[in-house]
Design a binder for this molecule. Structure first.
Ligand code: ZN
Ligand code: ZN
Length: 220
């Protein structure tokens, strides 16, 4: 099998639970933020990007706070500079500050982590589509949890081969057919008349359904 390194990561992620693109994107964004907080917090470019964005978006700001160890000093350094800039741009009191504030508070650029995330998602989806003509790769993808709906939409919007997209949809149809049957079986077994039947693989189908339709927790 001839795989690029991103496609190889996908191939490995197919064996894990959940949407493989969500999983790899989450890992990549986490490492990006981890590196930014430890290695790049004193880089002028990092400060410029964070100031322009008026801080990280809520998803990524809370990710740093909750999931990056010992991030407090990095947060303090970045946000102290940003809030100082906001205060300076806000200037003195009076009526004129109201209009000035409205434009000062607007982000002048994207959240740097959102930008990184969009770039990673795009690469992963292109790699997925590019390798769907390889049988071993496609076979492993068919046995995976499949793409979540947001990533499936993004894959269809990616410029590229219509045949690859049709193959993607064929695989996804089979995966969702199985999920739909699991949900129906779950509902049936919840009926009191069948309450003595033991739950099988359908037991966690409601959670899988949420993940399939919404994407992984904490990604958006
Ligand atoms: Zn996904
Ligand atoms: Zn963000």
């Amino acid at each position: 099998m001839n795989l690029s390194s991103r496609a190889h990561s996908l191939f490995e992620a197919f064996e894990l639970p959940g949407c493989p693109v969500c999983r790899l994107t989450q890992d990549s964004v986490h490492h990006y933020l981890d590196g930014l907080i430890y290695e790049y917090v004193n880089e002028p470019d990092t400060h410029i990007a964070v100031r322009a964005a008026r801080g990280f978006c809520p998803t990524h700001a809370w990710h740093i706070r909750d999931h990056i160890n010992a991030s407090a000093l990095g947060i303090a350094v970045l946000y102290e500079g940003m809030i100082r800039t906001l205060l300076r741009e806000l200037g003195e009191g009076g009526r004129r500050q109201v209009t000035r504030a409205a434009s000062t508070f607007k982000p002048q650029g994207p959240c740097p982590a959102c930008e990184h995330q969009a770039h990673v998602e795009d690469h992963l989806l292109r790699n997925l589509l590019d390798h769907l003509d390889q049988q071993e790769f496609t076979g492993a993808f068919s046995r995976s949890a499949g793409l979540c709906l947001p990533h499936l939409r993004a894959a269809l919007d990616t410029p590229g081969d219509a045949d690859a997209k049709a193959r993607l949809l064929d695989i996804q149809r089979d995966i969702w057919t199985e999920l739909q049957q699991d949900l129906a079986e779950f509902i049936r077994k919840r009926d009191y008349r069948f309450a003595n039947e033991v739950m099988g693989r359908e037991g966690d189908s409601p959670r899988r359904a949420i993940e399939q339709m919404a994407g992984a927790r904490g990604l958006r």
